[in-house]
Design a binder for this molecule. Structure first.
Ligand SMILES: *Cc1c(COP(=O)(O)O)cnc(C)c1O
Ligand SMILES: [Zn+2]
Length: 403
């Protein structure tokens, strides 16, 4: 019985193999590396899931950290799967659910990737790391790094949500702002990593963030054991969450823990102002092109070119899913509607997913009786500027003006 059944790292492009107990970034061919586990061995273990743990570490046998002492946790995972009956009725989707990642440390699902990524970095002896971010990942990696005693260097766009800047700052991490996009932040990190001894924690340039994010897929399958979903919709920036969920579904199927006839159809949702994956999918391509002048209020999905785009597209094609872009107006409408009808103040990225569910139902791509799970990836309260209000202001003693 091992704490982890990790076996090795493998390149999905050229099938090169790397050791997991050494520091690795990309494959020499330039592709991200994915983690493999000894699933045949794990099958013989009489307890695959550690049900005594009520966080994502219940899946520690399917996670890369080999020594429990290296686990860095703030209690992330096992988020609720909420029925959305009122909204579902309105959209004509009777079985509509929200996997609510707003209920997680740091207020976004980036906590999953950083919990596992930082833990493995600690196990590998990393003392300082650098990363570009649209905000939430930088916040999460800074706070988890603080807990691990690792020194982070974070570069984010000037326009990223202000609260994430503060989360980075209060953790004591080094912070640089760039008057540009996450791709510009990426260039700064790349030169820093080249000149100084930093571990590059950029999306998919280290192989373990995706392992943390995949636990959303395990949880969904555990939470819907007797009736798995037909469709899962995900707001796609770098696409790590979608790549992870697809990996999780396949791993559970191989372990005999997925009993459905076919895997849920995976849907990548993007904003019309930044939709490189949608464009590639519509053109039936296996890779995306850089999206010029990208812009959306759903900041987490403003990624003009994702290094793992071919893996996102593979997940969509293999599950017979699709990719959809929604407008800024649809995003803010959905955000308001979900708060009004279901009492949840979700982030714009999560709202984009519900807007896409509406579109796909109208087109008939989602059927009325299908079970649909929308991923809300973060808290609305991290984006105070997504709502504007001007209530009347009274002086003390003044009464409400009559209409
Ligand atoms: C980062 C982020 C996303 C996109 O995640 P990827 O896995 O990079 O596609 C979606 N929503 C929020 C709130 C995010 O912070
Ligand atoms: Zn390779």
């Amino acid at each position: 019985m091992s704490f982890s059944y990790i076996s090795h790292l493998e390149c999905p492009k050229c099938a090169n193999i790397y050791a997991h107990h050494e520091l690795n970034q990309l494959c020499e061919c330039g592709s991200p590396l994915l983690v493999n586990y000894c699933l045949d061995e794990l099958k013989k273990d009489n307890e695959i899931i550690d049900k005594e743990r009520n966080d994502l570490w219940r899946y520690h046998k399917l996670l890369p950290v080999t020594d429990p002492d290296h686990v860095v946790t703030l209690g992330e995972g096992m988020t609720p799967l909420l029925p959305m009956p009122v909204l579902g009725k309105k959209l004509g989707i009777a079985n509509l659910f929200m996997k609510d990642e707003g209920m997680i440390p740091t207020g976004s699902f980036k906590a999953r990737g950083s919990a596992v990524g930082v833990s493995k970095a600690k196990e590998l002896g990393v003392t300082q790391l650098a990363m570009p971010t649209n905000g939430n990942a930088g916040a999460a990696w800074s706070l988890y790094s603080a807990r691990a005693g690792i020194k982070p260097f974070i570069v984010m766009p000037l326009d990223a949500p202000a609260i994430t800047r503060k989360e980075v700052a209060i953790s004591g991490a080094e912070l640089i702002l760039v008057d540009g996009l996450i791709s510009d932040a990426g260039k700064i990190v790349a030169s820093l990593v080249k000149e100084e001894d930093y571990y590059d924690a950029s999306t998919l340039k280290e192989p373990y963030r995706v392992e943390g994010k995949k636990t959303m897929g395990y949880e969904i399958l555990e939470q819907t054991e007797s009736h798995p979903p037909d469709v899962i919709l995900y707001p796609t920036g770098g696409g790590v969450g979608l790549i992870g969920i697809y990996k999780a579904l396949k791993e559970f199927r191989e372990l005999g823990l997925f009993k459905g006839a076919q895997l849920p159809r995976l849907v990548a949702v993007q904003a019309e102002g930044c939709a490189p994956i949608v464009k590639a999918w519509e053109e039936n391509k296996n890779e995306s092109e850089f999206w010029e002048n990208s812009k959306t209020a759903a900041f987490g999905i403003n990624v003009p070119k994702a290094i793992g785009d071919f893996l996102v597209l593979e997940a969509i094609y293999e599950t017979e899913g699709c990719a959809v872009a929604v407008s800024e107006e649809e995003i803010s409408q959905a955000q308001r509607q979900i708060a009004e009808l279901e009492g949840s103040f979700i982030c714009p990225e999560g709202a984009a997913v519900f807007a896409a569910a509406k579109t796909l139902r109208e087109k008939g791509w989602i059927k009325a009786d299908e079970k649909v799970i929308c991923l809300n990836t973060g808290q609305g309260i991290k984006y105070p500027d997504s709502v504007t209000v001007q209530p009347p202001v009274l002086q003390p003693g003044e009464v409400m003006p009559k209409e």
